[in-house]
Design a protein around this ligand. Structure first.
Ligand code: SME
Length: 163
């Protein structure tokens, strides 16, 4: 199988719909969690050009930086801290239109203006957080949350099947 993806649409929802089957094909036969997470970040970055796309992995009482695409980022986030730590503690997706208005936002880069964060669950347990940052204000909305929850569901399978 060719390790490449391509897009023919420009609308965001259409592009998500083009992306998911290609990412599924790219990861379906690969049992290694890190390989799949890494390609997922690259695929989302390639599809949309977001400023930062990455996963934080639950490691004991903290989130630890996992595979990502973009500038270097903070390595550890405590539960309940920042957008990622809040999404973990509350087991919910969070869309932030203006990161400067989110109390406790952890600024890894001053260029990040808006953000969407989606928890990845295996059963009832959060195992990781998908974090996407944009350098544009209000770049994310309900379509992104809805579509990225599909990626979270796919990634849940990677965690469950990691070997
Ligand atoms: N903004 C995040 C921290 C991670 S960086 O954006 C990559 C937060 O407040 O959780």
């Amino acid at each position: 199988m060719a390790e490449s993806i391509a897009f023919h649409t420009t609308g965001r929802r259409d592009r998500y719909h083009e992306l998911w089957p290609q990412l599924d094909a790219l990861t379906r036969h690969e049992p290694d969690l890190i390989a799949n997470l890494a390609n997922a970040t690259a695929a989302v970055k390639q599809a949309f050009g977001f400023f930062w796309v990455g996963f934080y992995l639950v490691r004991g009482p903290e989130l630890v930086l996992g595979p990502f695409q973009g500038p270097v980022a903070c390595t550890r986030i405590a539960i309940g801290r920042g957008v990622c730590g809040t999404a973990w503690a509350e087991k919910r997706s969070i869309c932030v239109e203006d990161v400067d208005l989110f109390p406790g936002h952890i600024a890894c880069s001053s260029e990040s203006r808006s953000e969407v964060v989606v928890p990845i669950l295996v059963g009832d347990t959060v195992v990781a957080i998908l974090d996407i940052d944009s350098d544009r204000l209000s770049d994310f909305g309900a379509v992104d949350v809805e579509e990225l929850q599909k990626l979270a569901a796919m990634a849940s399978g990677w965690f469950a099947g990691d070997r």
